[in-house]
Design a protein around this ligand. Structure first.
Ligand code: ADP
Length: 392
């Protein structure tokens, strides 16, 4: 069965088509600068990448190019072969705790939840509508980044603020990267050969979050009401004293929009290092003796270790720690620094095992009390799996 996994941004559309249940990627691609001058798309088929520069005034046009590519490359002979289309949705609020088939009510809910993800949910709605027009017979599903975290108990998702903030304004912890945490925790359980496990999953990319996963279910996660909570990120501050916001607004006259921009786009590794939000640049800076880069890395690692320690206690122990996403999969030094700081828990690095990028493997010594693993994440596959289950 052919299943499409789709991720729509306001000016982009990423896709992968799978043969399911074999989980074979048939074709993948990305449409960029939709609605902006200089638009183009790239397609990867049989290991070969092609780029085409075309006008993409809106998502409908992008979806039409996509279906044309599928047909002209004989990935499918008819659009009816596409049985399922899974859409990645950033915010599901507390309305969705699992992947669902999209009907008009679900679509209206996703639209309403734009309140919580003003950049992402509206783009997903546009994408869903475009695919509905182009491939009306496929079962469309919504796979929510927040769904996996809906099992958190109230004491972990509630903020200690006036009750009305929650009841009237929906202010609570929702978390993010749920599809990734779900994928890597399920894979870790497969490796361990059981599901009654205590796992700490570290999704560390440009954005990052750490989750405590008990028996396959999320117990706690570091991202909060928005993705700007928890660990330090590329250009986001993560957790900090909330009163700094009102203090700085009063001191400088910054508007809410300017403050939002400062906290999300001008903070994190970028602010502390003064040079970049990209961990590769920070690593290069450290090698070149840049003290600010060294400080940024220290703060970054410390905050991650804080969460691992907190979740170790909350879980009452830990069967495995998982590293995933851009930095988790690729930054040898960041993983090593985190693991070395966990020595008090009996965690022991295997430096040569850790000397890899992007492969699944255990990176701790045999006598390490907690094994640490790299598990490359695959959110697209997770979307395809969920969609296959609902479409078959
Ligand atoms: P997101 O999906 O949040 O945008 P990714 O998971 O793709 O982010 O991670 C991107 C980050 O991964 C980059 O900003 C970079 O810091 C880091 N990264 C990627 N490759 C490497 C590498 N080889 N070494 C160190 N860091 C890397």
């Amino acid at each position: 069965m052919k299943v499409l996994s789709v991720n729509c941004g306001s000016s982009s559309l990423k896709f992968q088509m799978y043969e399911m249940p074999e989980e074979k990627v048939l074709i993948s691609g990305v449409f960029e600068r939709i609605g902006i001058d200089g638009s183009f798309y790239t397609i990867k088929l049989n290991g070969e990448k092609t780029k085409k520069e075309v006008a993409l005034p809106n998502h409908d046009v992008a979806v039409n190019y996509l279906t044309e590519e599928l047909l002209s490359n004989h990935v499918i002979e008819s659009l009816d072969e596409i049985k399922g289309i899974g859409h990645r949705i950033v915010a599901g609020g507390d309305k969705f705790d699992k992947t669902v088939v999209i009907d008009d009510k679900v679509l209206a809910d996703i639209d309403y939840l734009s309140l919580l993800a003003p950049l992402h949910n509206p783009a997903a709605v546009v994408g869903i509508k475009a695919f509905r027009k182009a491939v009306p017979n496929a079962v469309a599903t919504a796979v929510f980044d927040t769904a996996f975290h809906q099992t958190m108990p109230k004491e972990n998702y509630l903020y200690p603020v006036p009750e009305e903030w929650y009841t009237k304004y929906s202010v609570r912890r929702y978390g993010a990267h749920g599809t990734s945490h779900k994928y890597v925790s399920a894979r870790m359980n497969e490796i361990l050969g059981r599901t009654d496990t205590k796992l700490i999953t570290c999704h560390i990319g440009n954005g990052g979050s750490i989750s405590a996963v008990l028996n396959g279910k999320c117990l706690n996660t570091s991202m909060g009401f928005t993705p700007n909570a928890g660990i330090i990120m590329g250009s986001r501050c993560g957790d900090m004293d909330a009163t700094i916001v009102t203090y700085m607004m009063e001191q400088t006259g910054m508007s809410p929009k300017e403050m939002d921009n400062a906290l999300n786009k001008q903070s994190g590794l970028l602010a502390v290092s003064g040079i970049s939000s990209d961990s590769r640049d920070i690593e290069d800076g450290i090698k070149a003796g840049n003290a600010k880069c060294a400080l940024a890395q220290k703060m970054f690692v410390n905050r991650i270790v804080d969460f691992i320690a907190k979740y170790y206690v909350e879980l009452g122990g830990c069967d495995a720690i998982v590293f995933t996403a851009g930095i988790g999969e690729n930054s040898i030094s960041t993983r090593a620094e985190i693991i070395e700081k966990l020595a008090v828990l009996g965690v022991k690095l295997d430096a040569s095992a850790n000397d890899v990028r992007g492969v699944e493997r255990c990176i701790t010594a045999k006598d390490s009390k907690i094994p640490c693993w790299i598990i490359p994440t695959d959110e697209e596959l997770m979307i395809a799996r969920d969609t296959y289950e609902l479409a078959k």
